[in-house]
Ligand binder design. Structure first.
Ligand code: PLP
Length: 349
């Protein structure tokens, strides 16, 4: 009796095809950092096998990925020492250069290396300033071992379609990189809403997993992860009786309660509020009381269920993850990457 994350292979294929249709002509770097947004590297072969490139944050992730594929890997954090440079080259990574301290490390290479220059166009997180970018270009141009494979930047507000920063960042990027012939700017939100930000490579993440970068579900995409857990107990509460730690919810009428075997130690959000929907036998039922470490309680007065039946926590057409994220004051990205080792992962067709 365990929580199960079932990973739909056909949904991965479908979502990748949506990316390829929207960004036709562009190459696809599938973002599979954080163990494929929590979906587990060994459960996402349709992405691994059908992307032009795969991106991870750190060397340790690149190493795990290299063990299962020969696809080119983009290392988003770049390298911080000659030792890391050598490891990245040995793993056949393309290496992001986002800080001036990385320039000389890469430039001292003794072997051919592909780099992606990352420009900060306004997010002010990782990236070279416009000046730093212009200054480093001749250094790399004079080094035949360093190949500038792409120039990239990242949007701060692409999930807010009308945010003025989107145009500001795009204009800066265009102005700085007009002479480059391989560029990359678009994440999922931009792929879905800003055709003008689609250059030579697109970098979809969340949309590949069937979740929307916007607050509302996108019906072009299919949820990849379905999270479910078994009903461990069913009982009847009398009006006036309360449920769970802190007794934060009290029945105002006689209520049938299902106790479901998932909690915050599995990665179900502790901040999910009363009334967050849980899908039981096809019916959306409200969460009641606090989420505890191993258990949640659900009011199933409007449906029939038995001990052992499965409750779906997210990833069904009737229960998109965005709804659970909204009810927990978070985003789908955090829920997906937050599942713990106790959850059993399995492949679904
Ligand atoms: C994670 C990441 C993306 C993907 O973002 P989504 O919103 O998941 O599509 C794209 N580019 C960079 C640099 C990233 O780190």
């Amino acid at each position: 009796m365990q929580a199960i994350a079932s990973i739909s292979q056909s949904a991965l294929t479908h979502n990748l095809s949506v990316v390829k249709r929207l960004a036709s002509g562009a190459k696809v770097v599938s973002m599979i950092k954080a163990d494929a947004y929590g979906h587990h590297l060994d459960c996402i072969h349709p992405l691994i096998d059908n992307s032009d490139m795969l991106a991870v944050s750190e060397l340790a992730e690149a190493q795990k990925l290299r063990a299962i594929t020969e696809c080119p890997i983009l290392l988003l954090s770049g390298v911080y020492s000659e030792d890391e440079l050598q490891r990245a080259i040995d793993l056949n990574c393309h290496i992001v250069v986002h800080h001036t301290s990385q320039i000389s490390i890469v430039n001292n290479t003794k072997q051919t290396v592909n780099i992606w220059l990352k420009i900060d166009t306004g997010m002010h997180r990782l990236g070279l300033s416009g000046e730093e970018y212009k200054e480093c270009l001749p250094l790399f141009d004079n080094n035949s071992l360093v190949e500038i494979a792409c120039v990239m930047s990242h949007f701060a507000c692409a999930d807010e379609i009308d945010h003025p920063m989107n145009k500001t960042q795009l204009d800066r990027f265009e102005a700085l990189t007009a002479k480059e012939n391989t560029r990359s700017m678009a994440n999922s939100a931009a792929i879905l809403s800003q055709a003008e930000a689609i250059f030579d490579f697109v970098r979809p993440g969340i949309m590949l997993y069937g979740a929307s970068p916007f607050n509302t579900p996108n019906n072009q995409l299919k949820p990849v992860m379905k999270l479910s857990a078994p009903i461990l107990s069913i009982k009847t509460l009398q009006s006036g009786e309360s449920v769970g730690y802190g007794a934060t919810w009290t029945a105002d009428k006689n209520t049938t309660l299902a106790v479901v075997g998932i909690g915050y130690a599995d990665g179900y959000p502790r901040h999910a509020k009363n009334t967050t929907p849980v899908l039981i036998n096809g019916v959306l039922c409200p969460l009641v009381g606090r989420v505890s470490m191993d258990l949640i309680c659900v009011d199933i007065s409007t449906t029939k269920a038995n001990v052992g039946d499965n409750a779906v926590l997210w990833g069904d057409e009737k229960l998109p993850i965005e709804v659970v994220a909204h009810n927990s004051d978070t985003i789908s990205y955090e829920l997906l990457t937050g599942l713990n080792a106790r959850v059993n992962f399995e492949l679904a067709p």
